[in-house]
Ligand binder design. Structure first.
Ligand code: NAD
Ligand code: TYD
Length: 350
């Protein structure tokens, strides 16, 4: 198949591109505008393959999207392009509305017209990658989210993703587009931009800088290794039922404090005896406004219908991730100087 992947220079999108080129016969057109979150290095291992191509196109630009799609003539879309950081959505929500809502609308329209024009009709598949954050927050005792959880987003980021999910569903019901939605929990792993919790704590701890834990550190996330997510996305794209939603998760709920302490211990272990314990770097700082307490996912539908389960435990995945950051400073070091210096985001709002 010829597959358009949007956002394929980002964290998860690049894992999807690497997976498609390495493990399938599909051709890939990577539609990525190259925001601060994009890196060419994340697809360097597959970029020379003749089945891979990138175009620097903004999905909000309907004409540029139309031209790229007409030229490539895809059989399907895997849509990941988004603004993805909750703290940045507090500082500046506008880009989130533009890319996540308007951009998804433009892509749906382009897919719909391409399905008609090319004669593929409902044979053309459109997989929309979304988040568990659209369901809002769980209490400590609530059952995990699943495909029937009501939408209740609380941040500008999650509200914009919820809006995009509703558009995707509507394009299926109204226009017959063969859409599939995946709602996944927090990802971690290689090529994760060092503004998100796990990579930020790794690079700060490596430099013996203070580790800012929001509030009391008791918020809970369900962590999934990014390459397991990429496998789930491609599996849902190939075998999911049109009109369906699949909840994807790692079955690995951890408090933020547990996660940061585990990173400190892994780095101490790498450094060997004698170094001062990195747990001493942990600082509890002002909480994030509207901070969701807990996310958790029941992924049994994905397991039953798609035959997908995570392959790594959180402990194995985190150890692998820490090692990757130690060995791949070439990738993250330049980002910190040029794009983001590790400062606190998302406290003031505008
Ligand atoms: P990311 O921020 O690392 O990457 C986003 C990519 O999209 C970047 O390469 C960027 O250049 C591109 N992009 C942004 N705006 C664009 C536009 N207007 N036109 C074209 N390209 C544009 O994001 P990520 O963490 O890889 O997330 C990918 C998707 O997965 C998002 O839709 C996100 O909501 C969803 N998701 C993320 C997580 C997570 O833990 N990171 C969990 C569940 C779902
Ligand atoms: P993040 O990686 O931004 O993902 P999300 O907000 O989409 O879940 O944050 C994960 C958790 O870590 C979240 O509860 C906020 C918290 N956090 C910190 O405590 N300190 C930090 O510096 C960051 C970036 C996040």
């Amino acid at each position: 198949m010829r597959v358009v992947v949007t956002g394929g220079l980002g964290f998860i999108g690049s894992a999807v591109v690497r997976h498609l080129i390495t493990n399938t016969d599909h051709e890939v057109l990577n539609v990525d505008k190259i925001t601060y979150a994009a890196t060419e290095g994340s697809v360097a291992s597959v970029a020379a393959d003749p089945r891979y191509r990138h175009v620097a196109v903004d999905i909000v630009d309907a004409e540029a999207v139309r031209v790229a799609i007409e030229e490539f003539d895809p059989d399907g879309f895997i849509h990941l392009a988004a603004e993805s950081h909750v703290d940045r959505s507090i500082d500046g929500p506008r880009e989130f509305i533009m890319t996540n809502v308007v951009g998804t609308y433009e892509l749906l329209q382009a897919a719909r017209h391409h399905a008609d024009r090319s004669g593929r009709g409902d044979g053309l598949r459109f997989l929309h990658v979304s988040t568990d954050e659209v369901f809002g927050t769980l209490s400590a005792t609530d059952a995990p989210f699943d495909e029937n959880s009501p939408y209740a987003p609380t941040s500008p980021y999650s509200a914009s993703k919820a809006a995009s999910d509703h558009l995707v569903r509507a394009w299926h019901e109204t226009f017959g587009l063969s859409t599939i939605i995946t709602n996944c929990s927090n990802n971690y792993g290689p090529f994760h931009f060092p503004e998100k919790l796990i990579p930020l704590m790794i690079v700060k701890a490596l430099r013996h800088q203070p580790l800012p834990v929001y509030g009391a550190g008791d918020n809970v996330r369900d962590w999934l290794f990014v390459e397991d997510h990429a496998r789930a996305i491609v599996r849902a794209f190939e075998a999911g039922r049109p009109g369906q939603t699949y909840a994807i998760g790692g079955n690995a709920e951890r408090t933020n404090l547990d996660v940061v302490q585990a990173i400190c211990d892994l780095l101490d272990h790498e450094a060997g005896p004698g170094a001062s314990p990195r747990r001493e770097l942990i600082q509890f700082v002002t909480d994030r406004p509207g901070h969701d307490l807990r996310y958790a996912i029941d992924a049994s539908k994905a397991s039953t219908e798609l035959g997908w389960i995570p392959s790594l435990t959180f402990e194995d995945g985190l150890a692998r991730t820490v090692r990757w950051y130690l060995e791949n400073e070439w990738w993250w070091q330049p980002l910190l100087g040029e794009r983001y210096e590790g400062q606190r985001l998302g406290v003031t709002g505008s």
